[in-house]
Design a protein around this ligand. Structure first.
Ligand code: ZN
Length: 262
């Protein structure tokens, strides 16, 4: 499935907490990534909308804000885009140590570098072989031009975004949960991601993982996802969301356990 328009719902209760009060439409793929491509009508109560909005703000604005502005990704805050931006300059030692310098580079957004940052994850613990022991890493795409590099001296770099892994995991959980509930409904599986989304469960790697082997960029696809089932050796069936945002950049593929088969 590609990023064509998808509509789920209406849900009869909040897909995160079960409340039936004040339900609002939910962007399953956040507006700031995919516009109105995937909407679940009447799927989130106000309180859960507040929780998920704060995760999305961290990722979309602090981590990906510069990337999104430079490449014209949709925004709910068009007035904040002035076409100009600043990047803080940092120095980078041979050992990789980053030290902020008291200097900014300012210019037209189109002339400044920006990067797409994502988690590059090993398989979810529930799906991995017992001795699988890979660590989560940060994956980055950029296409910095020679002009952009002239902004910098040797051993300098630009600060292109804050990266909070916990918010990234929760961002992925939120998307995967919405896709799984939208595609399958909750009669066939018992959701496993709501605690992560609402902040009561911090064991992210248990259910949120991905392919260590990066797939080649897919120039035809922006965001790709589908839902399937996997059975583990202990005989349990899991609903798995396969999600790849920015497939055209070669970004990592996630395999996220949305829940256990009922
Ligand atoms: Zn709720």
């Amino acid at each position: 499935m590609d990023s064509k328009l998808v509509r789920y719902g209406p849900a009869s209760s909040c897909i995160y907490c079960g409340s039936t009060e004040n339900l609002t439409d939910e962007h399953v793929l956040p507006f700031g990534i995919a516009g109105n491509a995937v909407i679940f009508t009447k799927a989130s109560c106000k309180s859960c909308a507040k929780a998920t909005s704060s995760i999305e703000a961290s990722v979309l604005s602090q981590t990906l804000g510069l990337f999104r502005e430079k490449y014209g990704v949709p925004t709910r805050h068009p007035k904040r885009r002035t076409g100009r931006a600043q990047r803080w300059v940092v120095s980078r030692s041979d050992t990789g140590k980053i030290t902020p310098l008291n200097r900014k580079v300012e210019g037209d957004v189109r002339d400044l570098p920006a990067a797409y940052l994502a988690l590059h994850l090993p398989p979810a613990k529930l799906l991995a072989a017992e001795n699988a022991n890979s660590e989560a890493k940060i994956w980055m795409w950029h296409n910095t031009t020679a002009e952009e590099l002239t902004l910098l001296q040797k051993n300098q770099a630009l600060h292109l975004g804050k990266f909070r892994p916990s918010d990234m995991y929760r961002f992925l959980a939120k998307i995967a949960h919405g896709i799984a509930v939208g595609e399958l409904g909750t009669e066939v599986f018992s959701p496993s991601l709501t605690g992560i989304i609402l902040g009561t469960d911090e064991d992210y790697p248990r259910c949120i993982g991905g392919l260590i082997e990066l797939e080649p960029p897919d120039p035809e696809q922006l965001h790709v996802w589908n839902v399937g089932w996997a059975r583990t050796p202990d005989g349990r069936g899991y609903a798995i969301v396969r999600l790849r945002m920015y497939a055209l950049l070669g970004a990592p593929t996630y395999l996220i356990i949305a829940g256990v088969a009922r």
